[in-house]
Design a protein around this ligand. Sequence first.
Ligand SMILES: [Zn+2]
Length: 258
Amino acid sequence: MSVSLSTESPVATKVFPSPNHGERKDGQRPTMVILHYTGMPDEGEALQWLCNPVSQVSAHYFVFGDGRVLHLVPEARRAWHAGVSSWDGEADVNSCSIGIEIANPGHPGGLPPYPDAQIESVIALTKDIVTRWRIPATRVLGHSDVAPGRKVDPGELFPWKRLHEAGIGHWVPPASVSDGRFFSRGDQGMPIEALQAMLVMYGYGLRINGVFDEDTEKVVSAFQRHFRPERVDGVADASTITTLRDLIAKRPSSSTTA
Ligand SMILES: [Zn+2]
């Protein structure tokens, strides 16, 4: 297949086209960036998989461990990276996002830390994308944020704080972990409803039913993975709730939803 594709980001050194893409629905433009890890031990194989028509998966960009960046899918097209997902009431995340796959073996490979050079490239690439498309800080997210029931990437070792310090993404210092009152699986009532409402207000896809069910536990875990990674256990302790409250309070007004 001959595809004429030029590198849209100066951070990407080369085009390496994937055939796995389609039209963005309703002529949408990218309003989110979703970060992933590949979750495969070999980065060359991960790249091939994203470019194999059989896989039906892709991303717009691929970042190697050494920091090299390849451009796989044109930004105007809908790449297939998020799958069944939801954020801020939007269920077709692929249609409104740009996906970046970061080569890392992930949880199956013992969750090795992300090399410095790779994170520098992720920062430069994301900064370029959010600037060109005017994407709000609150809409730079992990796959686990938009698919908390199915996905755990880019994982709790992903340096969201460092990205924030580089001007990317929304983040607040997590409240320190201490003992005290907490909510967990099986709890019911008004406090659970309030917790669920806060998670939904921030953007997570969750049914507000006043029951700390399996879905709630998974969303709390996803929240912790991104915003309070010191302890990822799906238990809504005081630190988790305070961090969530701070995050909502310090949300840039431009991205506030009704
Ligand atoms: Zn992913």
